[in-house]
Each structure stands twice: as C-alpha cells, then as structure tokens.
Design a protein around this ligand. Sequence first.
Ligand code: B12
Ligand code: SF4
Length: 460
Amino acid sequence: MPVMPAGACMVAEAAERAGHTVSLLDLMFAADPVRAVREAVAGNTHDVIGISVRNIDNICIGEPQFYIGELISLLDAVRELTAAPLVLGGAALMIMPEEILRATRIPCGVIGEGEITFPLLIEKMAKNEPWADLPGIVSLVDGKFRANAPARGPCRSCSRPDYRRWLAMRTYGAYLSTVPLQTKRGCPFQCVYCTYSTIEGSAYRLLDPGSAAEAVTCFAASGLREIEFVDNVFNAPYDHALAVCESLIRTKPRARFQSVDMSPAHFDHHLVSALERAGFAGIGLTVESASDPVLAGLRKGFTAREVFSAADVLRGHRLPCLWIFLLGGPNETEETVKETLRFAERSVRRQDAALFNIGIRMYPGTELESIARRQSVLSLPRQSMLAPLFYVSPEVSADWITDQVKLSMRDHMNFVNGDSFSFSYLPQIHLMGRRLGFKTPLWRHTRLIRKSLRSLGMQV
Ligand code: B12
Ligand code: SF4
C-alpha cells in the first residue's frame, strides 16, 4: 500500500506557517524518480531542500530491498542542478543518522520532530547564523559526527496536515491508501529489537481525545474517510484508547478506522466493543509469538496467556483482525515455532488473516544488537549495519521456519508471510480491489486474493 508521507507534509506545512514559500515533491507515484527530481529542481531557485527518508529497507529476510542506493542516485541528481543546502529528515535518519549522513555525504540532518526544528534551521540558514546547536540537528563536520538531543513537543503537533494541499490524494485513494493520524507519540515499552523509542521517545505524549476526533471530522469533511491510527501501540495506555473511541462515538464522523498496532495486553471485551462502536474496520494484533520463552526473550511485556485471551475476546466480536507474528527471536526453537503456528492454526478465525515475519532486522543500539553479538550471530561493526541484517535465534534456522510457515500457509489460505509485501502484483491488487469495491483493509480479503492468484497459477 502506498503510504502517504505524513511527516514530510507536517514539515512542509510548518515551514510555510513560518513564512516561507514551500513546494513538496512526492515521489511515491513517479515512474522515473530521478527525472521527476531533475524537473522539480531545474529552473527553480531553492534556498534549501529538505529530503524525507522513511524506509532504509523493507525488513524482509526473504527478499530484502535496500533503499539507500536509490536515495543516493536521487541526491546526485539534485546536486548536479543546485548548490542549495540539503537537509535530511525522516524515520530512517533517526534510526541510523551517522551511517546515513556518511552514505549520502550530506552534512546536515534533523532527528526528532521536523516541524519544530526545520523552521528554526532554515531561519538560521537564511540569516547566515550558526545552526549547529539547534535541538535535533545531526551533522558531519570535518568527518566528525555530532548529534544534538531531538526536539519533542507536546502532541498538539502530531495532528493533521492538509494532505489535499500537498499530495495527489485521488491517486492514493485509488490504491486504497489510508490517511495516517497519530493519537500519541512515544512508547515506554522496551522490546529488545525496537527503534520506536529512538524515533519518538520513550515517554507518552498524548493527543487530547477531543482533538483526535476533531482531526477526523476535518479529514472526513474533506472526503478523507479511511483513517489509520499510526500510533506505536494504539491500545496503550488503555484509558487513552478508550477515551479516543468514546470521543469518536460521540462525534460520529463519517469515517472508517484501522490500526495495525494493537497489543494483546489490556485487550478486553470493553475495548473491542468501543472499537466496533467507534467504526473500526479492522485492527492488527501485534502478538509476535504464542510461546512464553520467546515473548520473554523479545521482552514484550506480556505472556502467551494474554495472546490466548485476546483470541477468546475476539471470538465474541465481529471486528476483523490481522494477527502479526515475528518468528526467530531470542529463545526461539523448533518447538516454540510449532507452538506459535499451532496457536495460529487453531485460534485465528477463518475470516481473519495472519502475517508471519521471519527474522528480526537488527539495528545499532538496540538490546537485540547486544544479544546477537553475545551469541556470535552478529560480528559486523556498527557502522556496517545500514544494509539489512537479520537476527535469527541460533537454535533454529531461518530456512526451517520458512518451510514450516509455507506448510501452514498451504492449508490456511488466510495466512501470509513477509514475502507477500514484495509480491510484484501487490499494487495492481490494491487498484483492482478499489475498482471491485473491496472495503479496506485489504488483508480482510487475504483468503479470496490468495485463492484467486492460485487459480491463475501463482504460488502465493
Ligand atoms: C504506522 C507505520 C506503518 C504503517 C503506515 C500506515 C499509514 N497509513 O501511514 C504500515 C503498517 C502500512 C507501515 C508499512 C511499512 N513500514 Co512502517 N512504520 C509505521 C510507524 C509505526 C509510524 C510511521 C508514522 O506515520 N509516523 C508519524 C509521522 C508523522 O512521523 P515521521 O514520518 O517519522 O515524520 C516525522 C520525522 O521523521 C520528521 N521528518 C519526516 N520527514 C522529514 C523531512 C525533513 C526535511 C525533516 C527535517 C524532518 C522530517 O518530522 C516528522 C514530523 O514529526 C513507523 C515507526 C515510527 N514510530 O516512526 C514505522 C516505520 C517507518 N516503518 C518501517 C518499515 C520498514 C515499513 C515497511 C517497509 C514494512 C514492510 N515490510 O512492508 C512498510 C513500508 C510502507 C511504505 N510504502 O513506505 C520502518 C522504517 C525503518 C526501516 N527499517 O526501513 C519503521 C521506522 C519501523 C521500524 N522498523 O523501525 N508502516
Ligand atoms: S511495544 Fe511496540 S513500539 Fe513499543 S517498544 Fe515494543 S515493539 Fe516497540
């Protein structure tokens, strides 16, 4: 699914609010991105060019794709045509700022909330004043990397840009894209592999539930009705999730909702009823595993008991659910993989879907990096972790897990693995889904899609 560049729009809008003239080039649908960049830069005068980099790679062990090479080609095209300063930002940069600045040869980037730092930075640049001490600046000076603490504001700022102003919304709509909205930033959990606290901080900053409903009402009034809550975990804190639902129930905006990041902890009938009444069309439950040693190894903060209980809760409701698993983490063995697959085969309702990711992307600075080094799974130096690297427990092989998942997928047409995201026809399936009147989320139709593709001779 093409994901709308929410962060880039927020930063563009903040720069405009600060009095600058801003244009935004979204490369999502560009058939030839280098050409699109050349056309946008040539013949125009830019004082500064900001580049939003969301993904480093596709975090897929089966068919890894690394995007930084493409980024470098784009930047070369920009450099050929302008001497304007380039500034990097985005989630990818926040995960590995030094490595990305070095790889791209860009001396300046912004970590943390770009809508705070970017307007300050361009103001300083315009006045020729020093900017290296601004919060959130990462820089390379004479080959030395320096990072200032990121700027993090109250969650008023995690609200809504005017997407219609910046993006080709009709095209996003044609691909069944959802409109991203955060009801909070930050995550205090400490799962061993996770980068989200590096990106958003580890303390919650909550958006007032009334403002969340107001943002949805504004989106709906402009015809944007498919809203996706892109919080790290939507149902934590539990009371805040309930308050957002209640606010939506009261306001009754004409919109449908989804969120792929729900935790099985604090997942009960009361919450699911509230989600249903608020108008959720589907949720993702990120359970990762149904085996206690693995959940403990990942430090998920919940146990298999909560995972089983979430399945029981869902049985009493109609809310569609995508179960998301992550196989191969610390403590994973052949036995624990079987335990999780058995759980999925027995407990995922026929109308739901299950996604099995295999292997975990290792990032510098995470506890998983230390575990991997201790277990001799990882020996590369930190600076070499930009290209995709995956952790798989030394007690089980990735190929064996892949085969087991494929066996399970053969008999369960509502199951998919991470390779599905690299399936080359996926964009066409989205387009066709829209034309056939499929309701989002598309994963609700996994069984039908897989069966149709099989009847066409495609093994997915
Ligand atoms: C929600 C989410 C999704 C949803 C998106 C739904 C939707 N409708 O938007 C779904 C599930 C579809 C998804 C898919 C994927 N995702 Co995702 N996703 C996220 C998540 C949790 C939040 C993203 C978000 O919307 N944030 C809110 C916006 C406002 O923040 P932002 O974009 O970061 O922007 C801020 C700053 O970055 C900065 N900024 C941004 N641009 C710029 C530009 C300049 C110039 C400046 C100065 C600053 C700046 O300021 C912004 C405002 O504060 C992040 C993790 C996270 N917490 O960030 C992962 C994350 C971005 N995803 C990631 C990945 C890998 C993917 C997938 C490739 C997974 C897959 N195999 O399919 C796909 C790619 C999809 C695509 N087409 O791009 C990775 C990227 C890192 C990496 N390893 O490459 C992340 C970081 C998670 C992780 N593993 O750590 N994702
Ligand atoms: S709960 Fe989710 S966002 Fe928070 S640390 Fe764990 S994996 Fe990361």
